[in-house]
Design a protein. Sequence first.
Length: 237
Amino acid sequence: MKNVAIILAGGIGSRMGGPMPKQFLSLNDKPVIVHTLENFQKNAQVDSIIIVCVKDWISHLKEILEEYKISKVTAIVEGGETGHDSTRNGLFSLRDYLSDDDFVIIHDAARPILPQAAINDMLRVAHDKGNASLAIPCYETVIYTDNGEDGNKQLDRSKIMRIQTPQAYKFGPMVKLYEKAEAENKHDFIYADLVLIYYGETVYFSKGFTNNIKITRKEDIPLCKALMTFSEEELFS
């Protein structure tokens, strides 16, 4: 049984407003994506990595992989028009490589903080249940709104989980759902777990952590730098 990581680096980072996609910004003297890749590079359960990359930055990515010696990367796949399409491209590129009982791990390139224990717990649940998404309970008050300006209905936060990446899936069932979505011309699923739910499947949870930051805005960079001063045990306690 193989575990293959699909790293999603297909976004252009428009919300950052900078000269390059957020996954290539410098974080503690190396690109964000390198921090992310190194988390999977050093995990003994991860057999290989493929990267789904925005087309215009593929050549730059190849230079980075050589410079930082990320040896587990076996392929770079061109990103799609949407996040869903990028995930689809990554999954479909593995159809001749993986068996139905192998597993794929889908993760955002812009989430560089990932303790090894989080990867291992996710794979434990996925191997047992067929899939797993990092998740944390919702502690804030949650109010339903139709327009983003007001609301008058409180949701029960005890029944709400906040989902994160990475997420792991048995390859055969997952790729079949993406083939079904493709046949139905559906391209707007944000994450693979929503594809599962849309087609009536159950999403299983593994232990997430509050400091699983996805770099989206400029202020996220200094936050990540601060969090990287903590040990993995402190982050994933």
